[in-house]
Write a protein that binds this ligand. Structure first.
Ligand SMILES: [Zn+2]
Length: 414
């Protein structure tokens, strides 16, 4: 039995060695992307950035023609799939299609105006002139200092300035030294390569993690309040309730967080949310670790307050104390974040400021390794504040306040 096992093992080792010798021939697991190809590095990057997964798990189809729908979808994924867009006048972009959200976003950002007022032509090949124009529009139509070296790019065409800019920035080298071939369809290898080069011109987006507090069903199982602590707290409570608005806190928190995500994305931030529905089971440790693992620049935990005395009102933000042994590296930034958030929310809403509360009793703060603040937007136990927080207009003020706070935080802390 033993020698039989040894034989199997040695065969397995031989196989691994053999495969190990074969694998480096292709990149990113695609058999049709040779390691030496000009686009190999770009394909690896694009897979890593979740821009493409290939056409199958083993094929990228580098010479396949990129459609306009695919091109805009790649660009949308490149920008971390923002959740905003405008209503489309295009009749050929069905809701439910894989490119619907991407086209809505691209139209909103003036990256595309379609091929006519009512047509986007999603299945048409994306030409080289078009893709370079998309990228140029994405950047806000920058002026190019370079001169046109391509004989086939006439002045005054819709892509003329875009091509000059793209050549100047090294996004394209043309199809030869003197031709760009603007009307040729763009291949999948070409578009991924252009995006890869384009990426180097773009500053890395700041990542904001939003944690809409609580969930529809609490979880009374216990977890340590801090790493290594013997003190235990419930994994997640259902939160408070607004007797006037009839809203549960977990509902209000998610409603505001969705609006906040869109507003932050419009300001150029990348946003991830710990939950997008009420029906989840996430402990406070898991919520903190979500932001830690994502490498968030900051985490904001969205909550509303409750008090026995219904006259109590106002906004408070919460961070750890400077003596918290788990949060030594993040106290200063967490305090700074908490300071600007409460200041800006009160400036926009006119609510009373209760300032910043420093405490080491919050699981979600103690487990955080990234700067973090809990925002208590107002008191649901106060009839006026409860009624206000349930309205779209007041929610918008809270959202604008948080966005201004985030802008101020990064202006101060880089
Ligand atoms: Zn809460």
């Amino acid at each position: 039995m033993k020698s039989h096992l040894r034989r199997i093992l040695s065969t397995a080792v031989a196989l691994v060695v053999l495969l190990g010798g074969l694998l480096p021939v292709s990149a990113a697991g695609f058999s049709d992307v040779p390691t030496g190809a000009y686009y190999a590095e770009a394909v690896r990057w694009a897979v890593d950035r979740s821009i493409t997964q290939g056409v199958t798990s083993t094929s990228f189809k580098p010479n396949g023609i990129c459609s306009r729908a695919e091109a805009v979808t790649f660009l949308w994924r490149f920008d971390y799939m923002p959740h905003f867009g405008k209503d489309l006048s295009f009749t050929d972009v069905p809701s439910g299609s894989y490119y619907y959200d991407a086209v809505r976003w691209a139209a909103d950002r003036s990256i595309t105006a379609g091929v006519s007022k009512t047509k986007f032509a999603p299945n048409d090949p994306c030409t080289r002139g078009q893709i370079v124009t998309f990228l140029w529009n994405f950047m806000g139509k920058p002026k190019s200092g370079g001169s046109n070296r391509f004989q086939d790019v006439a002045a005054g065409r819709y892509y003329s300035q875009a091509v000059c800019w793209a050549a100047e920035k090294g996004i394209t080298n043309g199809t030869t030294a003197t031709t760009f071939s603007p009307d040729d369809p763009c291949t999948r290898a070409q578009i991924v390569t252009m995006l890869y080069r384009f990426n180097k011109l773009i500053p890395v987006k700041k990542l904001v993690v939003l944690d809409p507090g609580h969930q529809s069903k609490g979880n009374n199982e216990k977890e340590p309040v801090a790493p290594g602590s013997k003190e235990m707290k419930a994994k997640c409570s259902t939160g408070t309730y607004g007797p006037t608005s009839k809203l549960a806190e977990y509902e209000l928190n998610l409603t505001v967080s969705f609006q906040l995500r869109e507003a932050l994305e419009r300001r150029g931030y990348r946003v991830l949310m710990t939950r997008e529905s009420h029906d989840v089971n996430l402990s406070n440790i898991q919520r903190a670790q979500f932001a830690n693992k994502a490498g968030a620049d900051i985490a904001i935990r969205i909550h509303a307050n409750g008090a026995e005395n219904s006259s109590v009102n106002g906004v408070v933000t919460v961070c750890m104390t400077k003596n918290n042994p788990n949060c030594k590296g993040i106290y200063a930034r967490s305090r700074s974040l908490s300071d600007v958030l409460v200041k800006q929310i009160c400036a926009k809403t006119g609510a009373r400021s209760q300032g910043v509360w420093e405490t080491d009793t919050m699981t979600g703060l103690n487990w955080s390794t990234v700067p973090v603040s809990i925002v208590e937007m107002g008191y649901m136990s106060n009839p006026t504040e409860d009624r206000n927080m349930a309205t779209a207009s007041y929610q918008k003020k809270i959202v604008n306040g948080i966005c201004d706070g985030v802008d101020e935080y990064f202006a101060k802390n880089g």
